[in-house]
Every structure is written in structure tokens, then in C-alpha cells.
Ligand binder design. Sequence first.
Ligand code: 5RP
Length: 268
Amino acid sequence: MDWGMKNRLARLVQPDGHCIFLPIDHGYFQGPTTKLEKPGETIKPLLPYFDALFVTRGVLRSAIDPENTKPIILRVSGGTSVVGKDLSHEGLTTSVKEALRLNASGVGISVFVGSEHERESLLNLAKLVDEGEEYGLPVMAVTAVGKEMEKREARYLALCCRIAAELGARIVKTYWCEGFEKVVNGCPVPVVIAGGPKVDTELEVFNFVYDGMEKGAIGVNLGRNIWQHDYPVAMVKALRAIIHENASPKQAHDIFRKEREKAVKALA
Ligand code: 5RP
């Protein structure tokens, strides 16, 4: 592996082999998502606790301080919206040249396996990998399900992750599911877990992240269950403990409760 590629991957994946990425890219098809209306303000208190930020160039330029030292994974696919015909009809929205100009440590693109635009999204991934590899820029493939959340099951996600890895993604982001080991075992490159829509309890998040890590994921790319939470700093600290300190869901929950208490007192 070339020095540039190794160096960029090392900025994203920490020396323990694990990572916690914070995605704030949702606006690229959802518009001003709840709690992400002002992304710069949302992430300010969270900055110290994650390893990289997943973001579009528009939000990066307008809301992120260039002197912020967190590595950037640039979202470079899009062109569709929640009110449009078909979320799977994405194209490449940002060039590799622009990603390098923005000093990105990686780029991210969605693939929509089984959708009407499967072929197009997979060929977009392959094209991005070709260009990224030329400049030492790792590609993270996002196995997107659009509005079909029921697709989050092992057989389908294993298929998506394997295809993304075969086409050259250096990291694959997918959803946690029952039987997650099938997904990780069939994928020859590192897998990170996405969060999906906000769930009811903190413990649910800690449980699925812990299970995913136990089954071989290297970390998370998890957004709404952190920044849509009333106590986002408590959430990110607890998740960081699972990912980087091997904390159990119960230990993570204890951290969460202590941090929440501190936050409540600070506001009183
Ligand atoms: C949005 C994305 C997000 O990065 C991904 O879904 C992770 O965020 P969340 O945990 O909120 O699902 O790709 O298109």
C-alpha cells in the first residue's frame, strides 16, 4: 500500500484498529434534519470524542472550522432527495480533485444493491475507487437501503458489503443486524456500523454496537442516535468507551448516566 493511502487510513482508524466516525451528511438528501439545522453548532461539543467527520463539501466549507484537526471523510455521492422519485438514483457529486483540495482523509459513496439503479451506483463506486487509488484516497462504501429499512438483514447486507469490497472500497459502512457475523465474515475489508433512525433507549444502541464490535466490526459511523439525543455528549462518551476501551453495554450505560447527571447539574 502506498504511503499516502496508509497515512490517510491511519488518520481514520486509530492505533487500536478501531474508529468512531460522526456522520452529519444527512442533509444531502433530507434537508435540514432535526438537530442538524445548524451542523456546526451541533457538533461543537462532540468534536473531542470522535475520530473523523463524515460530511459534504457544502457543510464542511460553511460550518466547519478549517483549523479543526479532525480528519474528514467527504460524502461525494448524491443528486436525489426524500421527495424525489428514487433515492437510489445517485451520481458522483464531488470530484477527487476537490476532495484532495479539501484535505479529505477519505471519501464516501452510497451503493444501492437490488435497486433500479444498482448498476449505476456500483459503477460509480468502481470509478471513484479507480480515481481514489490513483491519489491514495480511501473510499468508504455506504450500503444504503433508502426508505426500505426492512432490508437490514444479514443475507442482504452481506451481499452488499461483499460487492462493495470486491469493487475496491477500503472500508464498508453497513447496518447492524441479527447474525452480523455473516456480514463481517463475508467482507474482506473493515466494516463500520451505521446507526439508522433514532431508537427508543440508549441501552439498545450500546447493545447493538457492542454486539457488532464483538462480531468483528472495527467501529461505527453513527449519527442520529448521538446528535438527536437530548444528551449527545453522554452518548458519544459512552460509545467511545465501547469502541476504544472495550466497555460492556452496562459499563457504557453507567458512563452515560454519570455524564447525563453532570450535564443536568451544569444546566441547573
Ligand atoms: C446518511 C448516511 C449516514 O452517514 C448514515 O446513515 C449514518 O448515520 P445514522 O447513524 O444517523 O444512520 O449515510 O445517508
